[in-house]
Design a protein around this ligand. Sequence first.
Ligand code: TRP
Length: 331
Amino acid sequence: MDTVVSGIRPTGNLHLGNYFGALRNFIKMQNENNCYFFIADYHSLTTHPTPADLHGNVKSVLVDYLAAGLDPEKATLYLQSDLPETAELYLFLNMNAYLGELERVTSFKDKARSQPDNINAGLLTYPTLMAADIIIHRAQKVPVGKDQEQHLEMTRTFANRFNRLYHTEYFPEPVAYNFGEQLVKIPGLDGSTKMGKSEGEGNAIFLIDEPAVIRKKVMKAVTDSGPTEPNQPKPQAIENIFNLMKALSKPETLSFFEEEYNQCRIRYGDMKKQLAEDIIIFTDPLREKIREISADEKYLHRVVRLGKEKAHESASKTINEVREIIGFKAF
Ligand code: TRP
């Protein structure tokens, strides 16, 4: 059984992009692997040192995870800040992480550009913390998207370097966990290729959105005046609507609108109405569960405590062994 680790930053409620991109696969993975899924609340401080509602955002992600079907008995669900061993390993890894290599990381350069008044050391060492998250459980696999590949490469570098410096083979080199064709990229409603929270109001549909909100957002999705000739390639915004339908509607619904498009008969209003209803059918039971779990403070408390215990069991073993490998000894 492989050990799998993945983290998500606590950005608040999850949207369909999160669901189809990662969550759905996590739910499958938890049956076949030793999974650690955590909420990266330490990491959020690299961009938001004084977060407005850290606890609320952590809770939203946790509740959405549980509602979607992550099972705290099967997988280990925990908060990064409940595992100080991660911070200690981060400290050790930072001793062997070099300014040059950290400065070259794309995400650092992007963030340095977008927050020039807050280019802090945490931002620079984001990849070291992420490496610590992963190797604290000595994971072999990390289910991440394209945007995290460079961070995973850094993780391998740090794990390798540790092994080399301390003459050990203690840490495995974690690889990306690819789900192949199952990876569905959910586009945004604003014509952009990615559904995301930061892309602006109306671009994303959240798992908790009420039917009326979903209808409104979908009806506002960017379209055009339609094809003028049969069998034309689709402009991006139109392709997006079709891709959403592919993920959420029945195959026959999709092929009906494909045909309408190819015959230049398509009425985007009708298509969007149908898409909105199919999204609602999908999110209805989730929204119901989110509401229930969110109100159940006792259950959430139990879930978080169990996750902390299970994560601590794995992490404390690692950190003790790491201390010994480096040369710390008890008196
Ligand atoms: N950097 C990841 C992201 O932004 C979040 C993350 C933090 C993570 N630590 C991790 C992902 C460890 C996988 C493994 O999406």
